[in-house]
Design a protein around this ligand. Structure first.
Ligand code: NAD
Length: 450
């Protein structure tokens, strides 16, 4: 792959375009197979699969195709006045051979979204999907090898052992989506060759919900909260609403609205609903079950839901009110359909609450108060802030997507993906005509005076 990169083939704009078009083709021609694979591995309904993966990727590919020429163009720059008669520019050059790790919750989205950036920037790429979504992983491997230039783009399937082997190789960049724990392993391995890394991790993303006045606003807010939690891979998303912060006096209204909305979206018996994804595997199912079962105080805090089915790996949308803050459900990323609500005396106390915890990947704020919006934006730190909605920020090509602090670093989507997989090379061009004598030794009194 390195040799192929050195041949220069992947640097051509025509090659980059052809790979983006091949990805579009892959998605269009294999749509029903992709739906089946996502159903098989995650129980995702095809409407959700289209909204979060196929549709999102088609949008990103069209955006990259429309903007590629501009992204690839040299940007004019200036040299200091001492370099009279000169020009300068910044040229984006590909990095070379890059490694992408993806996770299982959006197996197509989180594999192909960074791949779009990597091929748009002219790199050769190895993609390592997660073994926990095996049908999707093998479909990615077979469709990519038949649709894309397989001298330049390869999918390597396997478990963490394969991940370890891949990390022993030399790469020009490692783009990792996954857990904080494995993120640390990736970073340690990258030290050997000083490989730059992007870590797209997770964490606990809070939603601050103010006591909205009109019933229209309240219902819109709760609908977006419910879809941003239970209606997006059953809460198994890095930017899921992890927990809600609310003023104590608004709690009863909020809980009633949440219950009614869950009922509307997933019916009286959500186990029968085809609109809520399943937990990825038994291990994660047990992890979530234990978050509740292992702590009687957490169990006692359930005000809605709580039923689970081991056979179908189903967990009902579950609401907890004020579980102990030191319980695992409030210290670890939940990554499933459990939604704790933490009550506060005043909504402004949310600022202190958020600042006393690791920096989140996303912060959601539901309020019409510009003062509260601006205070939360300026007085807390997170990968992104979304006002009056949840998860939607992921869909924006013009917003950088990434974390800060323990939720990761680096960014992608749209032009940011192209930049993440490019090196901005500084070019300075001088003329032989002009020069200044004081730039050159020997140093003497006159030069020092200057
Ligand atoms: P994970 O860290 O277990 O696995 C991620 C990838 O790393 C997989 O491809 C896996 O095979 C590989 N891997 C696992 N152990 C490895 C090792 N020791 N050496 C090398 N490679 C190894 O994460 P996951 O369970 O797939 O995903 C869940 C986590 O990912 C959550 O924390 C979630 O918040 C985060 N996430 C973040 C984003 C984001 O965009 N920021 C998106 C989705 C998920």
């Amino acid at each position: 792959m390195r040799e192929y990169y050195r041949s220069g083939a992947t640097k051509e704009a025509s090659w980059r375009k052809s790979q983006l078009k091949a990805l579009l083709n892959l998605l269009e021609e294999n749509q029903s197979e992709i739906f089946k694979a996502l159903k098989q591995d995650l129980g995702k309904h095809h409407a959700e699969a289209y909204r979060d993966e196929i549709g999102m990727l088609i949008k990103s590919l069209n955006y990259a195709l429309a903007n590629l020429k501009q992204w690839m163009s040299a940007k004019k720059a200036k040299l200091p006045a001492i370099a009279l008669l000169s020009t300068a520019e910044v040229i984006p050059e590909p990095l070379g051979l890059v490694l992408i790790f993806s996770s299982w919750n959006f197996p197509f989205g989180l594999s192909l979204e960074p791949l779009i950036g990597a091929v748009a920037a002219g790199n050769t790429v190895v993609l390592k999907p997660s073994e926990l979504a095996p049908t999707c992983s093998s479909l990615l491997a077979s469709t990519i090898s038949t649709n894309l230039d397989n001298k330049a783009v390869k999918v390597i399937e396997g478990s963490s052992d394969m991940g370890t082997l891949l990390l022993q190789q030399r790469w020009d960049k490692i783009f990792f989506t996954g857990s904080e724990k494995v993120g640390r392993t990736v970073m340690s391995a990258a030290v050997k060759y000083l490989t730059p890394v992007v870590l797209e991790l997770g964490g606990k993303s809070p939603a601050v919900v103010d006591s909205l006045q009109s019933s229209w606003d309240r219902q819109a807010a709760v609908k977006r909260l419910v879809v941003g939690k239970f209606g997006t891979c059953a809460g198994q998303a890095c930017i899921s609403v992890d927990y809600i912060l609310v003023e104590r006096k608004f709690l009863p209204t909020l809980v009633e609205l949440l219950k009614a909305t869950i009922w509307k979206m997933f019916g009286e018996n959500p186990k029968k609903s085809n609109s809520i994804a399943r937990i990825i595997n038994k291990q994660h199912f047990l992890r979530l079950k234990n978050l509740i079962e292992d702590d009687p105080l957490v169990k006692a805090s359930i005000v809605h839901g709580g039923s689970m089915d081991d056979d179908s790996l189903f967990i009902e949308p579950t609401i907890l009110v004020d579980p102990p803050l030191e319980a695992q459900v409030m210290t670890d990323e939940i990554f499933g359909p459990l939604l704790p609500i933490i009550t506060l005396e005043k909504i402004e106390d949310s600022i202190e609450f958020i600042n006393s915890r690791p920096k989140a990947l996303a912060l959601y704020v539901f309020t019409k108060s510009k003062t509260l919006q601006n205070r939360l934006i300026s007085e807390t730190s997170s990968g992104s802030v979304t006002i009056n909605d949840a998860v939607l920020q992921y869909a924006a090509d013009s917003l950088p997507f990434g974390g800060v602090g323990e939720s990761g670093f680096g960014r992608y989507h749209g032009k940011y993906s192209f930049e993440t997989f490019s090196h901005e090379k500084a070019i300075a061009r001088r003329s032989f005509l002009s020069d200044f004598w004081f730039r050159y030794p020997p140093w003497n009194h006159n030069k020092v005076q200057l």
